[in-house]
Structures are given as structure tokens and as C-alpha cells.
Ligand binder design. Structure first.
Ligand SMILES: Cc1cc2nc3c(=O)[nH]c(=O)nc-3n(C[C@H](O)[C@H](O)[C@H](O)COP(=O)(O)OP(=O)(O)OC[C@H]3O[C@@H](n4cnc5c(N)ncnc54)[C@H](O)[C@@H]3O)c2cc1C
Length: 419
């Protein structure tokens, strides 16, 4: 969008999954004018597909989690995307990582015991960290921490038990052959998005709300804020009058760190079938998860998270590749080094418009999601993955909060919310 209106009914800040969900919902009501203000030069936010070697790689979200309850599953199918239903082999990856099948069964039993302990602890009065439920000296403690850093973006000592158990995982996970990012690009195509238009201030003192943007001032009757918690807690987007309760809630829901390194793979990894998963080490929390030949493509997607990922981001792609090559060489022998080369990598913590990967709640902060999501004066609405009570940290959770915020904004304008 080259030029854009300086006055609209509803302005949406951010064109990620939540912003696109909000815009699509608002767009169904013909009589309401809408503008989406996006800081980047692209839509999608933390969902972004690239093609560094002629096939799609998702830098951010890849999986349609809880796919049987995920509203994006039927939308993707309806748009002709190829939905891949083969379940990921996250539970059986230890047998390809140097462990026996018996050891793998022990690991799975440990995880199930943790899940039970988490549900029990969540029913107690106070909140605590997931780490408090881990048996000291347990055989799998390092791996439990590593898997927490992949799932939550943070190690067990950082994550609230109460929040963790509120996530509704149906256990069904699908993928799009074309890439999740391509779906959001398609969904955003008809939407009024102004790119490279960062919003720095939301002035809600007067009768209309004034947004200070990189391309001038925009006024709106209603505003839907969908930026990551890091942007609110870090005061990158300021409110006037200030909204200290939002800043505190955003601070209780920091973004964890998860990154990906894509490497090319010529030939096969010995004994590893396509689309299989492995872990680099089962005894260190500083290890990567490897998705080998996704969709049978000549690549490996390496995934890593937590404090260590934050440190590895500073070392850049060369440091990430050197680590991954070392882990793969330990598992498959040194010759493997001749089969692999770096293709692309992410650094979500250092991305100025994300500043992290996805939100988790600090112990004692599970209810911050509801505080963050609450509207202000029925004029300012909040959406984004961190606002989701049950699908936080996901693209579909973000999308659903965007739709809900749009419906609340329409209701406040006394406009029909029927689609
Ligand atoms: C490595 C990784 C793997 C992931 N894997 C999965 C997965 O497999 N499945 C899944 O469902 N989810 C996954 N996620 C999480 C998912 O990507 C996010 O939860 C979701 O995309 C967040 O959407 P959002 O709209 O809330 O936020 P964002 O996508 O961050 O959108 C917010 C938008 O606001 C913009 N913005 C920020 N500040 C401003 C400003 N001041 N003015 C204007 N615009 C601004 C940003 O540029 C961005 O486009 C993954 C994320 C990462 C990083």
C-alpha cells in the first residue's frame, strides 16, 4: 500500500497471524474502514517461509498444532494448500540418537510422569516453576530441560506450571507442503496493510485515538494492538496515558528463544528415514533437535532454544553450523561433514520486531494472559499469541485472538458481528 488513509474506523497494529486474523474478520463487514500498520517490509511476523535452496523452509511457525481444532486447517485446505497429516515422530526420536528402545521407553515414561505431576501441581493453590517437579539427579533431567527450551523457549526453572497446563494440545500436528508462511501471505493479500509503518505511540487521550507512525499520524475510532509482549514491555510501543498494567502483564509473559538452522544434506543419514527426528545429545541441555529430510527434501532443520540459543545467536550461522556438524559427526561419524552445508538460520531474539520467539508465563504470572488481553475503555483491544488462554505461543492461537479482538471492536462500534 503506497499511500494510506489518515483516518479509519479500526487500525490494527501488526500484520502477523493475529493482525491478519483481525483484518480478515473486520473486512467481512463492508461498512467499516480498516488499516493494518506493519513495521516490517513483509506480512506474517513470526510466520515466514523462505526458499534458500529451491524448496520452502519455515523460519518461524511450521506446524498446525492441535490441527483438528485449528481454524487454519480448513482455511488452508479451502485455499488449495497441501495439508500433510503424517504425525511428527517427536516421541520416538531417542532410538535414532544413540539410545536403545528400552531407554526410549524409560524417557517416555518419565515424560508421562512429569505430565501427571504438572496437572496435580497446577490444581494446588500457589503456582511454581516446572523445574520444582523434576526429581533431583534424574537420568533425563538435561533432556527435560532441552525439550522445555524447544517447547516453551525457556528452561524449566522459568516456566509457570499453571500456565503450562492451560495449553490445549490435542496431539494432532499437521504441516503445509508450501510452508505456513505462504498461507499467511495468501490470507493477507486482500487486506489493507501498510508495510514499513512502525507505530511508536498510541495517544488515547482524546475522542479519537492518534497513532504516531513512521509515515505520519493515523487516527482511528478503535485500535487492535497485536505486537509481541517484548515490544510492549520494552516500551517500543508507548501508550499515552501510559498503561502500566499492560506493561506489567507483558513483562510476566516474556518471549522465549527458539531458533532454526537449515542445512543441506546430500544423500541420506545412515539408518534414518525421511521426516524422522533425532536429538544431538540425550545428556546435555545444550543440544539441538534435528528434523531429517523434511518432505524428503535434501535438508536437515536444526531446532534449538533457551538461554543457550540466545548465546548461539551471537555466534551467528557459522557458530550454529559448527555445533550442529559436531553433534551429527558424533552420531554418524566424521564423514557426514562432507554431506552437509549451511543454508539459512534465524536469530529471533535479535529481530527488532519480534525480540524473541514465543511467550511463556513466569511462575506466578499465568493470569497475565487475561490481563494483557483485556480491552481498555472498549476502544483499545489486544490480541496476539500471548493473549490466548489455551493456544498461546502458536500461530493459530494468535489468529484466533485477532478474530476475537475484531469482533469485540465491532461490537463496541455497534456494528454487526455476524459474518
Ligand atoms: C522458531 C519458531 C518456531 C515456531 N514454531 C511454531 C509452530 O510450529 N507452530 C505454531 O503454531 N507456532 C509456532 N511458532 C510461534 C508462532 O510463530 C507465533 O506464536 C505467532 O506467529 C505469533 O503471531 P502474532 O500475530 O501474535 O505475533 P507476530 O507474528 O510477532 O506479529 C506481530 C507483528 O507486529 C509487528 N510489529 C511489532 N512492533 C510493531 C510496531 N511498533 N508497529 C507496527 N508493527 C509492529 C511485527 O513486525 C509483526 O509482524 C514458532 C515461532 C518461532 C519463532
Amino acid at each position: 500500500m503506497a499511500g494510506f488513509p489518515s483516518e479509519v474506523d479500526v487500525a490494527v497494529i501488526g500484520a502477523g497471524a493475529a493482525g491478519i486474523g483481525a483484518a480478515r474478520r473486520l473486512g467481512k463487514v463492508g461498512s467499516v474502514s480498516v488499516l493494518v500498520l506493519e513495521a516490517r517490509d513483509r506480512v506474517g511476523g513470526r510466520v515466514h517461509t523462505i526458499e534458500p535452496a529451491g524448496f520452502p523452509c519455515d523460519r518461524g511457525a511450521e506446524w498446525l498444532h492441535s490441527a483438528d481444532r485449528n481454524p487454519l486447517s480448513p482455511i488452508a485446505q479451502g485455499l488449495g494448500f497441501s495439508v500433510h497429516r503424517r504425525p511428527p515422530e517427536w516421541t520416538t526420536r531417542l532410538r535414532r540418537s544413540g539410545e536403545t528402545v528400552e531407554a526410549e521407553a524409560d524417557w517416555i515414561a518419565t515424560r508421562e510422569a512429569q505430565a501427571r505431576a504438572r496437572r496435580k501441581a497446577a490444581a494446588e493453590a500457589g503456582d511454581r516453576a516446572l523445574a520444582s517437579l523434576v526429581e533431583p539427579g534424574g537420568r533425563w533431567n538435561e533432556l527435560l530441560d532441552a525439550t522445555s527450551s524447544w517447547g516453551n523457549g525457556a528452561e524449566l526453572d522459568r516456566v509457570s506450571v499453571k500456565d503450562y497446563v492451560r495449553y490445549e494440545d490435542s496431539g494432532v500436528n499437521w504441516r503445509l507442503r508450501e510452508g505456513y508462511g505462504r498461507l499467511f501471505e495468501t490470507l493477507a493479500k486482500e487486506q489493507p496493510v501498510a508495510l514499513e509503518t512502525a507505530v511508536s505511540r498510541v495517544d488515547h487521550r482524546g475522542q479519537v485515538i492518534c497513532l504516531e507512525t513512521a509515515r505520519g499520524t493515523v487516527t482511528a475510532e478503535r485500535v487492535i494492538v497485536t505486537v509481541p509482549t517484548s515490544i510492549i514491555a520494552g516500551d517500543v510501543l508507548r501508550f499515552d496515558p501510559p498503561l502500566p498494567e499492560k506493561v506489567v502483564a507483558a513483562g510476566g509473559l516474556p518471549l522465549g528463544v527458539d531458533d532454526k538452522l537449515f542445512i543441506s544434506l546430500s544423500g541420506q543419514l545412515p539408518g534414518v528415514e525421511r521426516d524422522a527426528y533425532l536429538v544431538g545429545s540425550t545428556t546435555s541441555r545444550e543440544t539441538m533437535s534435528y528434523q531429517v529430510r523434511p518432505f524428503d527434501r535434501p535438508a536437515i532443520c536444526c531446532f534449538f532454544g533457551g538461554r543457550w540459543a540466545a548465546a548461539l545467536e551471537r555466534e551467528g550461522e557459522a557458530g550454529m553450523f559448527s555445533f550442529a556438524a559436531g553433534e551429527l559427526a558424533r552420531l554418524f561419524g566424521n564423514d557426514i561433514r562432507r554431506q552437509i552445508a549451511p543454508l539459512a538460520s534465524t536469530a529471533w531474539l535479535h529481530d527488532p520486531w519480534a525480540r524473541g520467539s514465543y511467550s511463556y508465563a513466569l511462575p506466578g504470572h499465568a493470569d497475565d494472559r487475561a490481563l494483557l488481553a483485556g480491552p481498555v475503555d472498549d476502544r483499545l483491544f489486544f490480541a496476539g499469541e500471548a493473549c490466548s488462554p489455551n493456544f498461546f505461543s502458536t500461530a493459530h492461537g494468535a489468529y484466533m485472538t485477532g478474530v476475537a479482538a475484531a469482533e469485540a471492536a465491532l461490537a463496541s462500534l455497534a456494528l454487526p458481528i455476524e459474518a
